[in-house]
Design a protein around this ligand. Sequence first.
Ligand SMILES: Nc1ncnc2c1ncn2[C@@H]1O[C@H](COP(=O)(O)OP(=O)(O)OP(=O)(O)O)[C@@H](O)[C@H]1O
Length: 372
Amino acid sequence: MTTNCAIALQNLRKEFDGVIAVDNFTVDIEKGEFFSLLGPSGCGKTTTLRMIAGLEAPSAGQILLEGKDVSDTPAYKRQVNTVFQDYALFPHMTVKKNIYFPLKMRKIPLASAEPEIARVLRLVNMEGFDNRLPQQLSGGQRQRIALARSLVNKPAALLLDEPLGALDFKLRVAMQKVLKDIQRDVGITFIYVTHDQSEAMTMSDRIAVMKDGIVHQIGSPNDIYNRPETAFVASFIGDMNFIYGQLISMNQAESTIAVEGQQIKARTPKSNVQKHENVLICVRTERVQVNSHQSLENALQAKLTRIVFRGTDYEATCQVGESEIRAVVAAVTWDHALNVGDRVEIGWSAQDVIVFPRQEEEQIIQYSVEAV
Ligand SMILES: Nc1ncnc2c1ncn2[C@@H]1O[C@H](COP(=O)(O)OP(=O)(O)OP(=O)(O)O)[C@@H](O)[C@H]1O
């Protein structure tokens, strides 16, 4: 653990009557880092956050805040504050009194707290709202007041549990920028829980991707997107094609894989995949080119079965034997002469192909229309 470590989790585990909510979570979160916990519902994000806050006792493992083991320290004595989705503002108190509340608990007189209250109101861009009641504010404004209240105590870290979950899409996106700017300005550590991958990608320095209590990968948004370490991470983030294949040969740099009677080249898998083994091939939809003029290492003969115009791009579905492969092509480069039923050549570079053992197929999260 470095001296710059704000929060360290060491083999953290939580079990609720036989259900393992969080298993063996180890990470060092740096001071000033924006760290997100990302995963589908029930993966253990909130439980992890509640253990850091001191609202839930770990079944095993340690939590260190700035190097000190706080596993047995009660919540109110930890240098962290939590912001929840439902704001938890006191409805009968004005904005100013809501923000003053944590300082009042520390017996700081209102007169000497005024400059600090003004500072955090300025920080969240809510000057002049001192005397409003929460019900006289919009959702985004309430969330900013909740944030101001949690910052007034100058905590070492802020824990945020889906803080933008109650806001509509446009306001959410606007608030993501506000939150990120505030975090940069105050320079404190943020631990941010979300199930929204784009939110985690745009705001975080690093992301822990979780499923069923297990941490699948911890890395920068770039790592997680371009170098997913499991098929689950590959499926949960971004738009991915999954294709069946069989490994023919491999060396350190590259492997050759049979797909629908044709051959393609891929990055050699990190995980333990053997020759002749059935594999799962992953290619991002935006990496697939249709009738490209460039010569690509991987080219497959396909039939165009569906074209969907989506504003800024086209999604083309192509059939290769039994496999369906989707390509997302920028509208400005789309060939308008193409029609459903056409024979096309689709392709991508070997560097764009990630390979996993076929068994990892079970981890893939697919969002079907029925589930929406
Ligand atoms: N107090 C509890 N008693 C029993 N089981 C619990 C309790 N709290 C959480 N769990 C279980 O632990 C697992 C993880 O829950 P958790 O709330 O941490 O998930 P999450 O990733 O935050 O989900 P969501 O996004 O839906 O809030 C789930 O299976 C949940 O049912």
